[in-house]
Design a protein around this ligand. Structure first.
Ligand SMILES: C[S@@+](CC[C@H](N)C(=O)[O-])C[C@H]1O[C@@H](n2cnc3c(N)ncnc32)[C@H](O)[C@@H]1O
Length: 267
């Protein structure tokens, strides 16, 4: 019986290899089912030192404007405590801290220590916390808002991560997500695809020294839900008044939603 099952599996693998040239789950840049957290963790450990530089280079420095627009969407008044989920090296957290000034507080969580270490080294007033997005170590309704930039693509259960962010935000607080999207214009789509599949992996590999991480990046962007789909996941996660807007011809989108209940959205 076991022999028959083994033979079936072997045959199946041979068929996949013949059809695609490689075994699907072994394609570079594609984590095996159930192994996404470990795969993503490894990728960010490998590129932590070069992450900020590559962000700036590969986005032609547009990422700064995207982050500023994300912070603006949170609607800060100056005294809030905001959680930045998957904060990485703290690029968004730093932008938020600048906007808040001394009266506010930014907590940044991430599950990758080398990334967090850089967040700590670069700004003293950001509070880095080693934790996973799907299980936040904060009490219900204890924070004024939450952000996640380029993080949702990387978590295995995006709805759970959004549900957690919603749980820790007070009623009336906002959850704002910045994430890659895809242009809708056909010509831009082609250019975008070319850039993602040809330019980005090569430049990423040359500068970071890690090929896998920059093969994973375009694959994860192309596999990510559409902006409308993400909006509906935010609603399923318990947010209301959800909305999104595209930046840079649809290369990225900013989504926001409000936690229901009394309190109203921040000014
Ligand atoms: C592309 S980086 C984004 C960093 C930062 N938000 C920015 O805007 O530059 C994605 C980050 O998500 C973190 N991450 C991925 N999956 C995670 C998870 N399940 N829980 C917490 N952090 C996670 C990675 O360690 C990495 O630092």
């Amino acid at each position: 019986m076991a022999g028959a099952a083994g033979a079936r599996e072997l045959l199946c693998r041979v068929c996949i290899t013949v059809q695609t040239g490689v075994q699907r789950e072994d394609r570079p840049g594609t984590p095996r089912a159930g192994e996404k957290p470990a795969y993503v963790h490894r990728a960010f450990v490998a590129i932590a030192n070069r992450y900020d530089l590559l962000n700036t280079l590969l986005s032609f420095n547009l990422d700064r404007g995207w982050r500023r627009a994300t912070v603006a969407a949170v609607g800060l008044s100056g005294s809030e405590a905001i959680l930045d989920v998957a904060t990485g090296t703290g690029m968004l957290a730093r932008e938020m801290q600048r906007r808040l000034g001394a009266g506010g507080k930014v907590l940044g969580i991430d599950f990758c220590e080398p990334m967090l270490r850089r967040a700590k080294g670069l700004a003293d007033n950001i509070h880095p916390v080693l934790a996973t997005a799907e299980r936040l170590p904060f009490a219900d309704s204890s924070l004024d808002g939450a952000t996640v930039a380029f993080g949702l693509r990387n978590v295995p259960d995006m709805e759970m991560a959004l549900r957690e962010a919603t749980r820790v935000v007070r009623p009336g607080g906002r959850v704002v997500c910045l994430e890659f999207s895809r242009p809708r214009n056909a010509i831009l789509q082609r250019l975008h695809r070319f850039y993602l599949l040809r330019v980005l992996p090569t430049v990423g590999w040359l500068i970071s020294g890690d090929r896998e991480a920059y093969v994973y990046l375009p694959r994860s962007i192309m596999a990510f839900p559409s902006a409308e789909e993400l909006r509906s996941v935010m609603e399923k996660a318990g947010l209301e008044k959800t909305a999104y807007r595209f930046l840079t011809w649809g290369v990225v989108a900013i989504h926001s939603g409000t936690k229901p209940g009394p309190g109203g959205a921040p000014a």
